[in-house]
Ligand binder design. Structure first.
Ligand code: AMP
Ligand code: TRP
Length: 326
């Protein structure tokens, strides 16, 4: 199966990103042909800083490689280095009904958020995303719930193109992570863990042991003393149990038994130790890669070459079908 997903060039990852997305990608790369793309062109639709974009791209690559993407097992590359993405974007623009784009939830939200900067790119974002996916004859697209609508649109565009010009594109399916992988803030356990929320509630994938300790030990817990999974009545401890279970691969039921008479303090201490242990290899790998910029750049260059070979072959078919010269 061919798997494709896009990575926004933001660089800092937290354990929510890891448990909700990256962990699945790392498993997928063992069995499938995975293509992961750092979507720098998508980063241009909202305000950005040209001085730091390249640094962010490189840091994002380092973060994902540190977290376990293996360049021997998957293709990792930068979107703007494979020109076919922009080329197919333009061709698909002429297939995609504008009404579909105006309906997109992300467009509606972002155009409210960036009232003074509603550019064409913001509206066209999902068509570029469709081009990303369709260029690689993708079967499955692992994304968060919020991107499902864009993958559905990609299917619509693929169907429309195939109907009009003959079978050309594989119709891709979104692959949404199982529920339960929604990690909440350690400070506000009813809100999703996120980079933009309370920093004390968010554990970075590359956090130092001391920071992990501080954040876990000061995590909000609930009234009562029992360590029991009940997201409605005990959201704080339930979230910590979820994190513990996912990192240790011990079922929550067993954890409840193990910590039955031990109290929150002991549980948090055990979770701290577990997280320090499990995150150590990520931190080490990332530190190593940060010292080897040329090596990382080379991975991305090789990735772009491999991606381009696939993309060029699709483009050749597409142009022919549309009646364009080679
Ligand atoms: P973001 O950069 O916030 O869009 O997140 C990238 C991916 O990480 C999303 O597609 C989600 O699947 C996943 N993710 C982000 N935050 C969380 C969270 N708190 N819990 C679980 N998964 C998350
Ligand atoms: N739009 C996605 C996001 O905001 C990123 C993305 C761009 C993507 N192109 C993609 C995801 C192709 C999956 C497939 O998270």
């Amino acid at each position: 199966m061919r798997v494709f997903s896009g990575i926004r060039p933001t660089g800092d990852l937290h354990i929510g990103n890891y448990l909700g997305a990256i962990k699945q990608w790392i498993e997928l790369q063992n069995e499938n042909e995975c293509v992961f793309c750092i979507v720098d062109l998508h980063a241009l639709v909202t305000p950005w800083d040209p001085k730091t974009l390249q640094k962010n791209i490189l840091e994002t690559a380092v973060a994902y490689l540190g977290a376990g993407l293996d360049p021997e097992k998957c293709i990792l590359f930068i979107q703007s280095q494979v020109k076919e993405h922009s080329e197919l974007n333009w061709l698909l623009n002429n297939i995609c009904p504008m009404g579909e784009l105006l309906r997109m939830t992300q467009y509606k939200e972002k155009s409210k958020q960036y009232k003074n900067n509603i550019n064409m790119g913001l509206l066209d974002y999902p068509v570029l995303m469709s081009a990303d996916i369709l260029l690689y004859q993708t079967n499955a697209v692992p994304v968060g719930e919020d991107q499902k609508q864009h993958v559905e649109l990609t299917r619509t565009i693929a169907k429309k193109f195939n109907g009009k010009f003959g079978q050309t594109f594989v119709e891709p399916k979104a692959m949404i992570a199982k529920s339960g992988a929604r990690i909440m803030s350690l400070q506000e356990p009813k809100k999703k863990m996120s980079k933009t929320g309370n920093p004390k509630g968010c554990i970075g994938l590359f956090d130092e042991p001391n920071d992990i300790k501080k954040k876990v030990m000061s995590a909000v817990t609930d009234t009562g003393k029992t360590i029991k999974y009940s997201p409605k009545t005990k959201p704080g401890i339930s979230n910590l149990l979820t994190i513990y279970s996912l990192f240790s691969e011990i079922p929550i039921k067993e954890l409840e038994k193990e910590f039955a008479n031990k109290g929150y303090g002991a549980f948090k201490k055990a979770l701290t130790e577990l997280l320090i242990l499990k995150l150590e290899p990520f931190r080490k790998k990332r530190k190593e890669l940060l010292k080897r910029e040329v090596y990382t750049a080379e991975i991305l260059n090789q990735g772009a070459k491999k991606a381009q070979a696939i993309a060029a072959s699709t483009m050749q078919k597409v142009k022919k079908k549309m009646g364009l010269p080679d």
